[in-house]
Design a protein around this ligand. Structure first.
Ligand SMILES: [Zn+2]
Length: 136
């Protein structure tokens, strides 16, 4: 399956039912608020579709070219460093009610993992470093 077919498949598979259902709703229940709800549902479905397409492209095998092919088979932590992230804190009055908020730095750690991927189709392997930040 080449990329263009995969892309068209994703659009038809995920977008088709959404459009059909949306059209049905639009013609049968199109009154005020329903149109707004429909707009949001279509938007969310499109976002999810886009996310799935981008995800499958990001897992493309560089050797055999198949989409959604790379699978994580191993992961090990190779480094960590100290940092801070901003966290929202509430300001309370004497009655204990929230009267405002501010951002305060809290300690966090940047983790670096070495991730080992393998292609599900041709067995191609590659290693990639991935970093993420977690609050302590
Ligand atoms: Zn492959």
């Amino acid at each position: 399956m080449n990329e263009l077919i995969a892309l068209l498949f994703a659009i038809v598979y995920f977008g088709g039912p959404a459009v059909a259902w949306g059209y049905y709703w639009y013609t049968h229940l199109s009154e005020g608020e329903n149109r707004q709800v429909l707009f949001w549902i279509v938007l969310i479905v499109m976002e999810i579709t886009l996310f799935i397409i981008l995800k499958s492209f990001s897992r493309k095998c560089p050797k055999c070219g198949k989409l959604n092919a790379l699978k994580e088979i191993d992961r090990s932590n190779i480094g960590r460093s100290r940092t801070t992230i901003d966290e929202m804190k509430n300001i309370y009055n004497s009655k204990g009610e929230i009267v405002g908020s501010y951002d305060a730095p809290v300690p966090a750690t940047i983790y670096t993992d070495k991730v080992h991927y393998q292609c599900r189709f041709c067995g191609f392997e590659k290693e990639q470093e991935k970093s993420y930040t977690r609050k302590d």
